[in-house]
Each structure stands twice: as structure tokens, then as C-alpha cells.
Design a protein around this ligand. Structure first.
Ligand code: KIV
Ligand code: ZN
Length: 519
């Protein structure tokens, strides 16, 4: 669709819930600063609505939503709330500073949720819908109501609740496929039915919110758009509860690339999709699968001879969209040990980073150290380095040095020095292999109960001098965090990743402690 024939009726509002549905999934916790950074990018890239969090859930969620509300320039800032009055009040308080604000309030409507989760009769739920929307409307004109588990809700009851919500003042009606159960034809028919049967349906925008349990979240969301839905809820990289939510980048690019059959448009600047994907992946430490549509590292890679030959003759033979259209720059040999600070800052700007003060200094020192050890520095190397710099800026515990003795003669041993709140501490330990020895050192200096759930290594670029990127997931009780570390030395990257995860657990522990103390 060209700019000239874009009409408002075909515009699909992009509602991003990376910071709420995405962040609430196991292991995807972000720090306060990471949330602000993600929100800033979403705001810049043309996302219409940012669901910034669930303010009643924790002090941390409240603070993030409040700060994002203060800073947003373009997007509507939305907070989630259940039906309880105190939830709605807390949400209203959190979004108050926003120039454009929305309260998103939800309630389950399916028989199974009403009976077992809410333990309420349908007539009670119906009254609660009216009460929650009315209360939310007393704070803002922009109110979204969601029928949780909408796709498993009895149709007549769903119609009655939707009608009541609109009458009470809801301006957006969201019908989530909470459990990822629906299929495109069924979801399409559900919205058609609602738009035809609900008498005041024309007074609200209908919205799709799909989970990917059966791998159909994006297809379902697009089917909903065909049925007249004009808001799609999605997340960067598709992160979210269980199998995740519909991926924002896939929705945006499907609409752009197949506009012949999906005659809609969005306000999202597609060239920022790759940057957003990398930022969210770094902040959550959730690696993006290699073959992930649009933003996976293989999404534009052509390996087979036949494909490469076709690509050289004409890129359209195997490419339905260009890498540039989603912000992928060709891997370029950019910097080396002779590059100065000015070139480094320029490069960072080019890659979309804005570092200043100590963060910039530290990143530059680390870049120089890397350039001394690695012949070719690619964009990906700089991104890995800076993402790690951002993620570790507030860490209490930092790696100072690591020496490992490995090889066939065993036992493998490591000597590790950490900076712990400004004090250097050193320890030596052995282990069943060099990684185990390194982690045993960390455990000796920082005794903890956390369990290592995932240890994964991959190379940032090609070649034997490539940087290794290690992901580590630690679980403590029912809470898990993931962190990443990058370095040309796999063991140093491993230590950084493990420490990153421990720092996140400690930051969470401190937050919980502060919350308890305040209660
Ligand atoms: O999946 C879901 O039902 C939700 C609602 C809170 C909108 O995330
Ligand atoms: Zn959801």
C-alpha cells in the first residue's frame, strides 16, 4: 500500500506488550533501565500503544510504567489491571504522567475460567465487567477491555459482555486467544460474529491478542484483521507467556510484503525491527532462534550453491523482502585496533546506540582490548560488546580476571578474581572441565542456591577468533533469570554470563527485600 492510498480505516494499530506479556514469561525479566530503553525504542519506531507493565504486580512494575509514561513522546502508554478497584486505581496512578494514556482492564469470560479461576457465576462476571470499565473510564477516555480466554467463551455470553463493556465506555475490545487454541478460520469467524451481532460494535476498535501454543499466533492475528480487527497485540521476537505471543516483526512485515492479500498498513518503521529484536534479546537474554522469521541470523542468509547463484543473478529469486527493509546491514569489516574514539562513537550511532559518560568510556576500553585480540571487528562484535556493557552497567559483582588450566592432564582448575561491591576477592577451584572449575570459583566466592538450568554457547561471527556468546539461565525457587556474556575466550564469556545471571537474581532479591520492608 503506497502512502497515497493509505486510509485510516485500513490502519492496524500496533499494540506492543513486550514489557508486559513478554516480560512476565519465565526468564525474561528486565531491569528498570532495560525496560526504559526498550520503551524508548518502541516509541521511536512508531508503535502505537506500549503496554508498559502491570502496575499492581510489584513496585518495580509500577516504577517502570510510571517512568515510561513520563518519557514517552509519541506512543499511548498503557498499563494492565485486573477487575479489582485497587488494581485499576494503581494502574491509573502509574500512567498518570503520560501525554496519551490507556487503562487495559481484563476479566475471564470462559466457563472454565469463571468456574475454577474466578469462582463466579456468569451474572456476577457480567456486573464486574461494567464496574471495571466504568471505574477505568473515570480516569481516562482511552479504556481497553479484554475478555480473557475469549476464544473459549460461549458466544452469547461474550456478545453480552462486549456490549456491556462498550456501553460502559470501553473504546477498544480485545478478544485474546489466551491459551493459543484457536485457528485462523475460527478466529476470523468469531470477530465477524461479534461485529455483526453486538449492537454497539461500531463504537469500539476490536483487537486481537494471540498466543503461539500451536504456532498460529501470527496467522490468527492476520485472519482477525481480515475480519475487521484494527488493533493487533504482539511482542518483539514473539516473547510472551509459554510459547509466546504473535511476533511484532512478523505482523508488520507480513502486512508490508503481502499487501496484495493483506490490504492494511501500520505506522511501524520496519527498518528498526532488527535493532529492536537485538535490544530485546540482549535485555531479556533470550537468544533469537537462528531461523526466526524476519530477525533470525539466517533469515537472509543463502547457503546452498543453487540459491547463491540465483541471488547473484537477481535477489528476487530467493528474497521476498530485502535485508535493508528490516534494518539488516550487510556484515561489514568496519573497525580495527587503529580506529579511534571518534570512529567508535560514529559506529555506535550508526548501529543505533547512544552511550555517554562512563558507559561510553568502558565500552571504548573494551573495544580496544577486543581489537588487540581479534583481527577483524564486525558490527555484530560491537553490538555484542555494547549490549553486554548496557546489561552489566549496574552490576554489583564484576569479573576482574580469570585464569584456567585445561587439557587432557586434569584436574582442570581456575583462578578467579571478582570485584564485589568495590572489593577484589580471589579464589581457586577445580572442576569436571574448565567451565565447571570456573563456575565452582564463582560459587565459592558467592555461595548461592540457584540451579543452572541452561548453558549455551554460540559464535557471534565466523572464524576461530570469533567472539563466543554464552547464555546462562539460573533458577531460584520459582523464579528464573537468563543472562549472556560475550568474549573471544569462551570461558571468560561463561563467567560473565553466570555473573550476569547472579547479579539479576541479587537485584531482584534486593527489590523484594525493599518491598517487604516498605509494607
Ligand atoms: O493472554 C491474555 O489473555 C492476556 C490478557 C491479560 C490480555 O494477556
Ligand atoms: Zn497474553
Amino acid at each position: 500500500m503506497t502512502a497515497q492510498n493509505q486510509s485510516e480505516k485500513d490502519r492496524v494499530v500496533i499494540f506492543d506488550t513486550t514489557l508486559r506479556d513478554g516480560e512476565q514469561c519465565p526468564g525474561a525479566t528486565m531491569t528498570h533501565d532495560e525496560k526504559l530503553e526498550v520503551a524508548e525504542l518502541l516509541d521511536q519506531m512508531g508503535v502505537d500503544v506500549i503496554e508498559a507493565g502491570f502496575p499492581i504486580a510489584s513496585e518495580g512494575d509500577f516504577a517502570a510504567v510510571h517512568e515510561i509514561a513520563k518519557r514517552a513522546r509519541n506512543s499511548v502508554i498503557c498499563g494492565l489491571s485486573r477487575a479489582a478497584p485497587k488494581d485499576i486505581d494503581r494502574c491509573a496512578e502509574a500512567i498518570k504522567p503520560a501525554a496519551r494514556k490507556r487503562i487495559h482492564t481484563f476479566l475471564s469470560t470462559s466457563p472454565v475460567h469463571m468456574k475454577y479461576k474466578l469462582q463466579k457465576e456468569p451474572h456476577e462476571v457480567y456486573e464486574m465487567v461494567i464496574a471495571q470499565v466504568t471505574r477505568a473510564r473515570s480516569y481516562t477516555d482511552d479504556v481497553e477491555w479484554s475478555a480473557e480466554d475469549g476464544t473459549r467463551t460461549e458466544h452469547d455470553f461474550l456478545c453480552r459482555c462486549v456490549e456491556a463493556a462498550i456501553k460502559a465506555g470501553a473504546t477498544t475490545i480485545n478478544i485474546p486467544d489466551t491459551v493459543g487454541y484457536t485457528v485462523p478460520e475460527e478466529y476470523y469467524a468469531l470477530f465477524k460474529m461479534l461485529r455483526e451481532k453486538v449492537p454497539n460494535a461500531d463504537k469500539a476498535v476490536f483487537s486481537a491478542h494471540c498466543h503461539d501454543d500451536l504456532g498460529m499466533a501470527v496467522a490468527n492475528s492476520l485472519a482477525a484483521a481480515k475480519a475487521g480487527v484494527r488493533q493487533i497485540e504482539c511482542t518483539i521476537n514473539g516473547i510472551g507467556e509459554r510459547a509466546g505471543n504473535a511476533a511484532l516483526e512478523e505482523i508488520v512485515m507480513a502486512i508490508k510484503t503481502r499487501n496484495d492479500v493483506l490490504p492494511f498498513w501500520t505506522g511501524v518503521e520496519a527498518t528498526m525491527l532488527t535493532r529492536a529484536s537485538k535490544l530485546v534479546s540482549a535485555a531479556t537474554s533470550f537468544p533469537v532462534q537462528y531461523n526466526k522469521a524476519i530477525v533470525g541470523r539466517n533469515a537472509f542468509a543463502h547457503e546452498s550453491g543453487i540459491h547463491q547463484d540465483g541471488m547473484l543473478k537477481n535477489a528476487q529469486t530467493y528474497e521476498i523482502m530485502t535485508p535493508e527493509s528490516v534494518g539488516v546491514k550487510q556484515t561489514s569489516l568496519v573497525m580495527g585496533k587503529h580506529s579511534g574514539r571518534h570512529a567508535f562513537v560514529h559506529k555506535l550511532e550508526d548501529l543505533g546506540y547512544k552511550l555517554s559518560g562512563n558507559q561510553l568510556e568502558d565500552a571504548f576500553v573494551r573495544f580496544k582490548a577486543l581489537a588487540d585480540r581479534k583481527k577483524h571487528i564486525y558490527d555484530e562484535d560491537i553490538e555484542a560488546l555494547v549490549d553486554e556493557e548496557i546489561a552489566t552497567a549496574q552490576d554489583r559483582i564484576k569479573l576482574v580476571s580469570l585464569t584456567v588450566i585445561a587439557g587432557t592432564m586434569g584436574p582442570q582448575s581456575a583462578t578467579l578474581t571478582l570485584d564485589m561491591d568495590g572489593t577484589h576477592k580471589t579464589v581457586q577451584a577445580t572442576g569436571n572441565g574448565p567451565v565447571d572449575a570456573t563456575f565452582n570459583c564463582i560459587k565459592a566466592l558467592i555461595p548461592h542456591e540457584a540451579v543452572l538450568e541452561l548453558y549455551q554457547v554460540h559464535a557471534v561471527t565466523e572464524g576461530t577468533d570469533a567472539q563466543a556468546e554464552v547464555s546462562v539461565r539460573l533458577a531460584q525457587g520459582d523464579h528464573a533469570v537468563t543472562s549472556r556474556g560475550a568474549d573471544p575466550d569462551t570461558l571468560v564469556a561463561s563467567a560473565k554470563a553466570y555473573l550476569g545471571a547472579l547479579n539479576k537474581l541479587m537485584a531482584r532479591g534486593a527489590r523484594m527485600h525493599a518491598q517487604h520492608a516498605a509494607q
